[in-house]
Write a protein that binds this ligand. Structure first.
Ligand code: UDX
Length: 376
């Protein structure tokens, strides 16, 4: 898409903010807002870009916050631009949060569930509506602060759904129920919906952990303790610890055992290992004295940058060669379609601990594996 649109001269890249401000009626701010050690987002890039935009403003522009920012950032951006722009310059600030997922970014961008526009003036609203008209998506136009909050509230709610189903999974394990069936039954209620009810190792990635932390921090700064979300984070972390405990229960002593880890990316179809539960599990097993042999279809290079003391294997079968246990951490199709008879032959003992409910328990038992998964 980039190559095609560059060729037809519909897409240009520049290296100065001035070029962008002079060119476009609508200017998007898409810089990162990474977490500070406190969990609060670092807004310094937004500040720098706002001031730089201000310097080059000549005629009316709509400045759009696309980056995920705390509620009330719009006001700060407006003040910063007013301070640094020439007196009398006209502009509007708009909040237009982004909801796309890694691995399906293009699809999510062109067919979004909704478009959220937070704007103050009719002029800005009209320009934004005109811009998104070709997508024919449901659009909500609201005030800036509400738009900013929609982003943090949505991501935190999805994280909450995941932590909730993980708690239900733990009860399923104790009671003998099956979390997949429970989630199916819950999801058919249109008020609940079927999405984000997959129990497993918990959520990772560059958004959910960061956005939940940020939302807790934003609330705290306003004097509100969002303890529900702190619990969501705690449950998410516990989920990994429960998984490690299952490995330990099966192996008795972890030290000196060979453990194959399939999956390093935080979810399938991406090479991203940021905040990946798989990476934390590899590190914990390594620290417990296990010989960890890992493989991922796309995440190997990224994992090598952040993980030491682990053997990165040439393919998924060499990872299980001689292993006492296989820990499944990311639900790639490659693993779903693996030759399990071969896996069993290669392993020193056919124990599989499945953190993503990838395989069917009855089939795995029939194939001769000692098999444990999540919530069933
Ligand atoms: C997320 C949001 O979905 C997206 O709207 C936002 O713009 C950015 O953050 P992303 O981080 O790409 O997108 O991944 P997503 O598919 O949402 O998954 C996040 C994590 O939750 C993954 O680690 C995934 O394994 C986990 N997850 C997801 C579950 O454990 N269970 C589920 O049911 C769904």
């Amino acid at each position: 898409m980039v190559a095609k649109n560059r060729k037809s001269k519909r897409l240009k890249f520049g290296s100065t903010i001035q070029q962008a401000v002079e060119f476009g009626e609508v200017v998007f701010i898409c810089v990162g807002t990474p977490p500070l050690p406190s969990g609060a987002p670092d807004l310094s890039a937004i500040d720098v870009v706002s001031r730089e935009i201000a310097k080059h403003l000549k005629e009316y522009r709509v400045i759009v916050e696309k980056s995920t920012v705390p509620v009330q950032t719009g006001e700060k951006v407006k003040t910063a631009i007013q301070k640094y722009a020439k007196p009398g310059t006209t502009f509007d600030v708009v909040s237009n949060p982004e909801f796309l997922r890694e691995g399906s970014a293009v699809k999510d961008a062109f067919s979004p569930d909704r478009i959220v526009i937070g704007a103050e003036s009719d002029r800005a609203k009209e320009l934004m509506l005109q811009l998104y008209k070709p997508l024919k998506a449901k659009t909500i136009v609201t005030d800036i602060k509400s738009a900013e909050l929609i982003k943090h509230a949505s991501n935190s709610f999805l994280a909450l759904k995941i932590s909730f189903i993980n708690c239900v999974a733990n009860i399923c394990e104790i009671s003998g129920a099956n979390v997949i069936e429970v989630a199916r039954g819950m999801g058919l209620d249109s008020r609940i919906g079927p999405g984000f009810l997959n129990a497993g190792l918990g959520y990772g990635g560059s958004c959910f952990p960061k956005d939940v932390d940020a939302f807790v921090d934003i609330a705290a700064r306003m004097g509100y303790d969002f303890h529900l979300l702190r619990e969501v984070q705690r449950i998410n972390q516990e989920q990994r610890e429960r998984f490690l405990k299952k490995i330990e229960q099966e192996l008795w002593v972890v030290r000196g055992k060979k453990i194959a880890v399939w999956g390093l990316a935080f979810k399938p179809n991406t090479d991203d290992v940021r905040e990946s539960p798989a990476i934390k599990i590899c590190a914990a097993l390594r620290d417990a004295g296990a010989k960890v042999r890992a493989w991922d279809p796309k995440g190997m290079d990224r994992a090598k940058e952040v993980l030491t003391g682990v053997e990165f294997c040439a393919d998924m079968y060499s990872a299980v060669d001689g292993a006492d246990c296989l820990a499944l951490c990311t639900e790639w199709d490659d693993f779903k379609n693996a030759d399990l008879a071969e896996v069993k032959k290669l392993m020193a003992h056919p124990t599989v601990i499945d953190g993503r409910n990838l395989w069917d328990p009855a089939t795995m038992t029939k194939k001769g594996f000692t098999y444990r998964s999540v919530g069933r």
